[in-house]
Design a protein around this ligand. Structure first.
Ligand code: PHE
Length: 344
């Protein structure tokens, strides 16, 4: 019996010595110490032995169990460390290698321009209107009707305005002036808002004109507002945005929703007023339309026209950006050429 036990031990020790796959450790444990192992069988049968033998064989069997168990543990730890070191070596990262350079994006020049302009007006006390109160997809009601634009006005023509098939009278807005109507609908005077956004016009694309462009609308309604307030506000804005010495001119004009109306031109930066392809030979570029809110519009919106008056303006963001940075083609804003965008 002792011989059998010692043989079991030496077999087990042999196998443990030679194993190099950590997943086999359990197999060996089951084989030598498991419920169906020879060793367990011998322990079970101890009761059939004499007392003397029971003592000797019993303690020998227990010792052998303990030795096998501890050698398995040692081997397991050894293989575990070995595997770990191998893995660490394989996954070694050379932290002294130079990093991969990252390109940082920045705000689009039009977004920068919109932010700059709206900030100037916010500092003058105007509230910035959220997109939901100034939608790009709009009904004729807000884009034209309430703005006193006659049913047969040429701006409503399919040649000028994009009509959608979303529903009857639904257009891509041709001006941000829809936000004036929505502001008057949502709030009682005094009203003082600034509303930037995209507008769409069905026009031939050129260096000065694109089908999609951006406007910033302003509206102020209060008691005792005069044309002088409008002129002062716009002059102040131009001084802040362009600096003191930019040449501008006020020209009388017409819009169905303002009376009287005016336009502001800025001297063309590309030719210094001499006339070029960007200003189509005029030497000036129109950057905004403005005027005193027409009493018909106030009436449409149930605002007492005898108590309140106001002014409105709508400026072209692309034009203002072109004139500040000497950009000679509006299409550059939409081509997403990184060489262009990087400069701002
Ligand atoms: N909506 C006009 C345009 O797009 C500009 C404008 C706005 C004029 C507000 C007067 C008052 O040309």
């Amino acid at each position: 019996m002792e011989k059998v036990l010692n043989e079991i031990l030496s077999n087990a020790q042999n196998e443990i010595k030679n194993v190099n796959d950590i997943s086999r450790i359990d197999e060996i444990r089951i084989k030598y110490l498991g419920r169906n192992s020879e060793l367990t069988e011998i322990k079970k049968n101890l009761k059939n032995l004499s007392n003397e033998e029971k003592k000797i064989i019993g303690s020998l069997a227990n010792n052998i169990s303990n030795v096998i168990d501890s050698e398995l543990k040692i081997k397991y730890d050894e293989l575990y460390t070995l595997n770990l070191n191998k893995k660490l070596e394989e996954e070694y990262i050379d932290i002294t290698l130079p990093g991969i350079g990252r390109q940082y994006g920045k705000l689009h020049p039009l977004t920068q321009t919109i932010n700059e302009i709206t900030t100037i007006f916010e500092k003058m006390g105007y509230s910035l209107i959220k997109d939901k109160d100034s939608p790009e997809v709009e009904t004729e009601y807000f884009n034209f009707d309430m703005l006193n634009v006659p049913k047969d006005h040429p701006a409503r023509d399919m040649q000028d305005t994009f009509y959608t098939n979303v529903g009857k009278n639904v257009v891509l807005r041709s001006q941000t002036s829809n936000s004036q109507i929505r502001a008057m609908m949502n709030k009682k005077p005094p009203i003082k808002i600034i509303a930037p956004g995209r507008v769409y016009r069905s026009e031939a694309v050129s260096a000065r004109k694109n089908n999609l462009f951006h406007q910033i609308e302003g509206l102020l309604i209060d008691t005792n507002i005069t044309f002088g307030d409008l002129k002062g506000t716009l002059n102040e804005f131009i001084k802040i945005y362009f600096g003191e010495d930019k040449k501008t001119r006020f020209r009388s004009s017409f819009f169905p929703f303002t009376e009287p109306s005016a336009e502001v031109d800025v001297q063309c930066i590309m030719c210094n007023g001499k006339g070029c392809r960007v200003c189509s030979g005029l030497g000036w570029l129109e950057v905004l339309g403005a005027g005193m809110v027409d009493p018909n519009v106030l009436e449409n919106m149930d605002i007492d026209k005898d108590k309140y008056s106001g002014f409105a303006f709508g400026m072209g963001v692309e034009r203002l950006a072109m004139l500040k940075w000497a950009i000679d083609d509006i299409r550059l804003f939409y081509n997403n050429d990184i060489r262009f965008l990087k400069q701002f």
